[in-house]
Design a protein around this ligand. Structure first.
Ligand SMILES: [Zn+2]
Length: 220
């Protein structure tokens, strides 16, 4: 015997409510996870070095074949955290770096350049020419680079992501510093502090405009 029409109707309402409930729960879970990720990525963060060598291919080549058999630990490190914060860039990346020779960080910057993030790099003229420097590699890839012509070092070590996140500290972007030295990195989104660093970047960027270079100092 078939149940009365009223029972079918009730069953239909219950099914609808269950479906809606399931969809709502899924939506809430996704929202919660997204918010948690957003809050985590916008929190101030302090990173200390040295960082042990770890595999960062998962960040640089998300479509790589798995499992990775490189032999390095596949754990989070201060370097991978730094790379993650850089890789969050969507529009702009300002780099003001005394020494830049670490290949993993260079690949991170190249990846952002490939993703059409506008990258500008200020380097020190003495250190951009040292062995292993990645400045030439980045320049060849089409990234705009400017450097000083002064006796004093361009000794800053900071980056600004999307004009909102400042990454600064004692760390030179060299493998030696990353794996050997005691160094610190502070990552924060304080608008006043970020604005001051962006102004400093623009000041130096203008000052190091190639149009202002003196190629034969002393010659009249
Ligand atoms: Zn690996």
């Amino acid at each position: 015997m078939w149940p009365p029409a009223a029972s079918w109707k009730a069953l239909g309402v219950v099914s609808l409510l269950l479906a809606l409930g399931l969809e709502g729960a899924t939506w809430f879970l996704l929202y919660f996870l997204r918010e948690r990720r957003r809050r985590r990525s916008s929190l101030p963060e302090v990173l200390f070095f040295p960082a042990p060598p770890t595999c960062t291919e998962g960040l640089l080549r998300p479509s790589r074949p798995v499992p990775c058999v490189c032999g390095l630990p596949h754990t989070e490190s201060s370097l991978s955290r730094l790379m993650l914060r850089l890789l969050s860039a969507r529009r702009t990346l300002e780099l003001c770096l005394f020494s830049f020779s670490n290949p993993q960080l260079a690949r991170t910057v190249l990846l952002l350049h490939k993703r059409r993030v506008q990258v500008r790099l200020i380097a020190d003229s003495d250190y951009m020419a040292v062995r292993g420097s990645q400045v030439g590699v980045l320049r060849k890839a089409g990234i705009e680079v400017r450097h000083d012509q002064h006796a004093g070092y361009m000794h800053h070590k900071f980056a600004v992501v999307d004009k909102t996140v400042l990454i600064t500290g004692s760390l030179n972007w060299t493998t030696q510093a990353i794996q050997t030295n005691r160094e610190n990195i502070l990552i924060l989104e304080d608008a006043v502090v970020v604005k001051a660093f962006l102004e400093e970047f623009e000041r130096i960027w203008q000052e190091y405009d190639p149009a202002c270079y003196v190629f034969f100092p002393g010659r009249k």
